[in-house]
Write a protein that binds this ligand. Structure first.
Ligand code: APR
Length: 229
């Protein structure tokens, strides 16, 4: 089976009702990223940051995977599929994708402030984390999210996956944020690269097959193109 690697970003979930970052004038759900998605913001105003992610989590629980997510899950019948996502939502998993690596953390997980390697699942029926909520040892809990300025530990395994890919597909990312955007550099020369996005995305490569469409329609077109490879 050929190894098909997907790199997804916020646009993957746009049709599920999760808003993208850079389409909304640099604001994320009416907040500046520096006010809600940095370790400094959490130190300054922890309750505000926790509340922001509580809202995002509640919003996610109302969302469903879209045809694009389901289409990628269906490709597992014919390909060895790995998904590397910048998204913190769990919509790929809910659509049935088996191998999902989250580069920027997971909204439905929590970790103690002093140990980002220990995570706990957040129950959907009690999805809020509040200031004062701790693990068994008394450490404050924080969202399991890679904030701006923090290390991206999953980048190393992600590079290995991309290096092994036979086909790379990029969906719904502006390729603005590193190190995720740099993953394209690791695709082996001569292997096909597809990019699905309703808008032009700047890349330094001129051999990319651009599918100008949203995620649902784009994954449908991709599935047809893959039959002919
Ligand atoms: N289908 C596919 N792509 C879409 C759709 C859609 N329906 N709607 C919009 N897009 C595209 C946009 O044209 C844009 O190219 O999705 C892309 C979204 O880009 P960004 O908002 O920059 O999101 P992303 O690249 O995932 O951001 C990377 O930045 O804010 C941080 O950590 C956060 O993981 C995030 C990272």
């Amino acid at each position: 089976m050929k190894k098909l690697v997907i790199l997804s970003g916020a646009g993957m979930s746009a049709e599920s009702g999760v808003s993208t970052f850079r389409d909304s004038g640099g604001l994320w759900e009416k907040h500046r990223v520096e006010d809600v998605a940095t370790p400094e913001a959490f130190e300054r105003t922890p309750e505000m940051v926790l509340n922001f992610y509580n809202q995002r989590r509640r919003q996610l629980l109302e969302c469903k995977p879209n045809e694009g997510h389901y289409g990628l899950a269906a490709l597992e019948k014919e390909f060895d599929v790995d998904i590397i996502t910048q998204n913190v939502d769990d919509l790929h998993e809910r659509a049935g994708s088996a191998n999902v690596l989250h580069l920027h953390g997971e909204l439905m997980k929590v970790c103690p402030v002093n140990d980002v390697n220990t995570t706990y699942n957040i129950p959907p029926d009690n999805p809020d984390i509040n200031w004062g909520d701790t693990d068994a040892s008394g450490n404050q809990l924080r969202p399991f999210i890679v904030w701006f300025g923090e290390a991206v530990p999953m980048i190393e395994p992600a590079i290995k996956i991309v290096e092994q890919s036979d086909i790379l597909v990029i969906i719904g990312t502006s390729l603005n944020v590193y190190p995720a955007a740099g993953l394209l550099n690791y695709a082996r020369k001569g292997r096909p690269v597809f990019l699905i996005d309703p808008k032009e995305v700047n890349t330094y490569r001129n051999d990319i097959h651009f599918i100008k469409a949203g995620a649902s329609e784009g994954v449908k077109q991709l599935s047809e193109l893959l039959q002919r490879l």
